[in-house]
Design a protein around this ligand. Structure first.
Ligand code: BGC
Length: 748
């Protein structure tokens, strides 16, 4: 793949600039059969052959756990080679490896400079081959990209002369090079502005109508040396002015200096999260909308799931969920795409992964990322808050519901796509995580103490608390049981002997019940045992057991006996009613809340929560103009002010996890764990007038599964159901006995 190539870098520190590495070579005068270029970098690169861009990958080589492995991309460049003289030129920007990453300007987390490795292999029809590989004979030159950084943005000066820096020097990079395993990152959609206007502060602002991840392309003809300074923002403030204080230290500033000819500007080595741009400097009084396009960039996954219903607000919610995923599945699953994080937060990932695997085929995307989870798992089995590890200071919490990504993602991906090899590869990671929980803290079968993120951003511990009121010990021990149960299921699916973990599961479940419950209910209060961080301390000095989140986990994770369910579910409903038919749950409870209700006879209450428009609710953000999911239920408050500047993203997909209830319960499409990937489908729709109708489908390896229900006269519900060839289904309509169905299209 990279025969004869060695790592090279610039003889002079490039700083934040993107230098180009260049090699001129001559192609022998005999017929060429094939030419392939393989390349990778510390930093992000773009290759050009004879002045034309090679391939359509963006931000290659992507983001992996660089200290363990970096992907190598291989491109077929046969058609780009000329007889005679050719020039290969590869530019390298700082990217995730070298620039700012993990809060603020804490940069250089992998390396303090970029490096490049590449080999072009020319194979002739006579069977001979030649390689042009990186080495000290390559030349280094400057480029118009004077600075580039994931958080800070990019400066492109088309008037800057390109200067030779000298010959490349050999570099030593201690990591493993692997072929591309993940999806490619590509430009996906081009979006025209919906408005160009001046704000009350007289700022020239462009609105693309959609919050997204990517960048803006600008076509302009302006005098040589004219400057354009572009800032990015997700929302306007309550006075209608440009706002991006919530980006924290992520400047997200692109600066372009015009050549005097027709110029086309867009960043090459960075991306931004935005709906609006503010043209802080611009050579003209206004900007022609036709000269601007927002380009959405994300991992090139195949869209599989579709949903539409008769309620426009729920349709908008689904739209926002899809855009939350597009914006945050950019090579790794991130929390948000705009502020100085954009990190692979494990908690966010595990709560959203089921929904994500309905919307898109995420098998390959997670194959790569779970590989990094495995590589970064500590010898004791701990899985940290973010993968790839990117936080130098602070946050090294090993938290329940975050680390549990180790078990949740492999299982959900197996259910959705049924690949046993993927699951088998993850078993060691799953086991180690379960063993970590087993051996941490003072109790063998409970996880007590530690430092958790808790029911992050829940609403029941005071407005300013990041952590909800639910006992972290309860959450951690509930997840200990849940992850152990997933490990057992995974092992059994692979035909492994899981006796040891079945016993562990029984012990954990029993210990949970003994410690946290009495008379079939969670106990009211628990001491605050966990370590908290200054500024993140919960408002309470005790942690509570009777919360919406605690009840949800007990019900959904099956930590109760059958005869205890009615009282627990009734209590959950009581808490929801007391709170004005609204939830108080955060990252931990919210994904399972509607499931806990509908599994226990309260589908009506689940629908009430789904349709709720007052804060906190899913539709609150929809009613306030959201085009993506918000980090907080009320990121934008009723009075138009913001929840905070500190922790307030408008593109955080976690709460979008509600779609797995809409799809799996309201529409009723679920795969069977014993015949995953929808080989056997459990179809059990729960129609409700509030949606009018619902039409959901998923393109599986067998074909499309579809459920469409709608109301006819006299409240009768009609069902149209498609079951693809090669699959079977069990259909359970409300109030009816289950029916076994073969492939075909049915109408009820
Ligand atoms: C991120 C979250 C993440 C959390 C940890 C935040 O800064 O944006 O989504 O899960 O930290 O609690």
């Amino acid at each position: 793949m990279l025969k004869n190539a060695c790592w090279i870098t610039s003889p002079r520190d490039a700083g934040e600039a993107a230098y180009r590495y260049r090699k001129t070579f001559t192609v022998a005068g005999k017929p060429l059969k094939k030419a392939t270029l393989s390349a990778s970098s510390v930093g992000v690169y773009v290759a050009e052959l004879n002045g034309a861009r090679v391939g359509d990958a963006v931000l290659a080589p992507g983001w992996t756990s660089y200290k363990h492995r970096i992907q190598v991309q291989t491109y077929d460049v046969t058609d780009m080679i000329r007889a005679g003289k050719n020039q290969l030129s590869i530019g390298v920007g700082q990217g995730w490896a070298v620039g700012c990453i993990g809060y603020g300007r804490d940069n250089h987390y992998t390396a303090d400079h970029v490096s490049l490795i590449a080999a072009l292999t020319l194979t002739y029809t006579d069977g001979t081959a030649e390689t042009v590989a990186t080495g000290e004979d390559w030349e280094v030159e400057t480029s118009p990209i004077l600075s580039t950084d994931i958080y800070m943005g990019e400066t492109v000066d088309l008037t800057a002369p390109v200067k030779t820096v000298g010959h490349a020097v050999k570099d030593s990079v201690k990591t493993r090079l692997i072929p591309q395993v993940g999806e490619w990152i590509r430009e996906q959609e081009r979006i025209a502005p919906i408005a160009v206007f001046r704000t009350p502060k007289n700022e020239l602002v462009v609105d693309f109508g959609q919050n997204m991840t990517g960048y803006v392309e600008l076509k302009i003809h302006a005098p040589r040396g004219a400057r354009i300074v572009m800032h990015h923002g997700e929302v306007l403030d309550r006075d209608g002015n440009f706002y991006n204080a919530n980006y924290r230290s992520s400047k997200s500033e692109n600066v372009y200096i015009c050549s005097g000819d027709d110029d086309v500007f867009k960043p090459t080595y960075t991306f931004q999260g935005f709906r609006y741009i503010h043209l802080v400097e611009f050579p003209y009084d206004t900007v022609d909308p036709a000269s601007l396009r927002a380009i959405a960039v994300h991992s090139d996954m195949k869209r599989t799931g579709h949903f539409v219903c008769g309620n426009e607000k729920i349709n908008q919610l689904y739209h926002n969920i899809i855009w939350g995923q597009k914006s945050n599945y950019l090579d790794i699953p991130t929390d948000c795409p705009q502020r100085d994080e954009r990190l692979g937060w494990t908690g966010d990932t595990q709560v959203f992964c089921r929904t994500g695997a309905i919307n898109y085929n995420t098998a390959k995307f997670f194959r790569k990322w779970m590989g990094d989870v495995a590589l970064e798992q500590t010898p004791e089995g701990a899985v940290k808050g973010v993968v790839p590890a990117a936080l130098k200071r602070g946050d090294t919490r090993i938290s329940a519901a975050w680390g549990d990504v180790a078990c949740v993602v492999p299982w959900e991906i197996y259910l959705a796509f049924g690949d046993k090899a993927d699951l088998r590869r993850c078993i060691p990671t799953m086991k180690k995580w379960v063993e970590y929980m087993h051996h941490t803290g003072p109790a063998e079968f409970l996880w007590l103490g530690g430092m958790h993120y808790g029911d992050w951003l829940a609403m029941d511990a005071g407005e300013d608390s990041y952590v909800g009121a639910t006992s972290n010990d309860l959450i951690a021990s509930a997840f200990f049981a849940y992850s152990t149960s997933l490990l057992v299921k995974a092992g059994e699916a692979l035909g492994m002997d899981m006796t040891e973990y079945r016993t562990l599961y029984r012990n954990v479940r029993q210990a949970f019940r003994d410690y946290f419950m009495e008379n079939g209910m969670p106990k009211a209060e628990f001491p605050l045992t966990e370590v908290t961080r200054p500024g993140h301390a919960p408002v309470d000095t005790v942690r509570r057991g009777v919360t919406q989140t605690a009840l949800t986990l007990i019900l959904h994770f099956d930590l109760c006996e059958e005869n205890e369910r009615p009282a627990l579910a009734a209590k959950l409903v009581e808490l929801i009613r007391e709170n004005g038919n609204r939830m108080t749950t955060g990252f931990v409870g919210t994904p399972y809340l509607l499931h806990a209700l509908s599994e226990n006879g309260y589908t009506d209450v689940a629908y009430t929560l789904l349709m709720q428009e007052q804060n906190p609710s899913w539709l609150y953000s929809v009613c306030h103009g959201a085009t993506t999911m918000w980090e907080h239920w009320n990121s934008l408050k009723e009075d138009g002010s913001f929840w905070s500047t500190d922790m307030n993203s408008f593109n955080h997909y976690a709460y979008g996890a509600v779609f797995d209830w809409i799809f799996g319960v309201a529409c009723g499409i679920k795969t069977d764990p014993d015949a995953p990937a929808y080989r056997h489908i459990n179809i059990a729709p729960h129609p409700d007038r509030c949606l009018g109708f619902a039409d959901a489908s998923i393109d599986t390896a067998y074909g499309t599964v579809r459920v469409h229900w709608y109301y006819k006269e006299n409240d009768r519900v009609a069902y149209e159901i498609d079951i693809p060839n090669g699959t079977t289904a069990t259909l359970t309509l409300p109030g009816a006995a289950p029916v076994e169905l073969q492939a075909g299209s049915y109408l009820w």
